[in-house]
Design a protein around this ligand. Sequence first.
Ligand SMILES: NC(=O)c1ccc[n+]([C@@H]2O[C@H](COP(=O)([O-])OP(=O)(O)OC[C@H]3O[C@@H](n4cnc5c(N)ncnc54)[C@H](O)[C@@H]3O)[C@@H](O)[C@H]2O)c1
Length: 250
Amino acid sequence: MKFLNKTFLVTGATSGMGKAIAQAFAREGANLILSGRNEKAGADLVNEIGSNAFFLKGDVSNQSYNQELVDLTIKKFGQLDGISANAGILGLGSITSLKTEDWLQTIDVNLNSVFYLLKAALPELEKRPSASVTINSSIAAFKTFPNHPAYCASKAGLVALSKQAAVDYGPSVRINCICPGPVDTPLIHDSAAAFPNPEKAVEEAGKNTLIQRLGTPQDIANLVLFLASDEASWITGSVYTIDGGVMAKR
Ligand SMILES: NC(=O)c1ccc[n+]([C@@H]2O[C@H](COP(=O)([O-])OP(=O)(O)OC[C@H]3O[C@@H](n4cnc5c(N)ncnc54)[C@H](O)[C@@H]3O)[C@@H](O)[C@H]2O)c1
């Protein structure tokens, strides 16, 4: 029960990594505010976790929704100790084929949303003795993928934003960035659609890692919980690849 009497806000909580992170925080006794777009999945997760979790449906690219998430956190629990920001979309398409509105939407959901959330949450986080934020970027911040220009650009932006935020809000708030490689969630199957043979692309993405398998959402939750814990009290402004070793091959 590492996070008893602590409150965390998790975005992208109804699916994939965000869901595994929310479940892992819950097992460690945390109070939770869960963000997502799917009402039913949110309600199911709250039922599973119990009375110390609340779900608020909304679109993270909407600035006022981010303020509502923070307001709900303070209303329900009186404090905010940490954030795990996971909401993300792919915005697939080459620069010439991608519609400008799809480019803008991808930057809004993946990057601008984190600015909005930090803007709303930092004043509350700064009141807490050991607050932390973990931002979910991607190895796409450092390497290319076919037809992923908006995704790669937004993820690179998150790396820069998290380092800048760590500098500006340390020492009171620790802010770190994680860059997962291929993890078995719905998103990787959507991402594979950009490759000529999608099923093979997913299979090969796993085989291509040094560990020779896709990551699991639990692999990512393990790192996020460590970074949120007091065991990581000297870690801030850092960027962690968690990718089965795939970036070491480049
Ligand atoms: N799966 C991978 O291989 C991989 C690798 C590196 C990074 N990531 C990143 O990990 C994060 C989690 O993705 P995942 O793989 O678990 O995929 P996922 O599709 O299972 O989860 C994405 C989550 O983001 C939420 N979301 C999307 N748009 C939203 C919006 N406008 N408002 C609110 N919520 C929204 C979805 O509802 C969903 O809960 C994403 O930021 C993704 O870019 C994924």
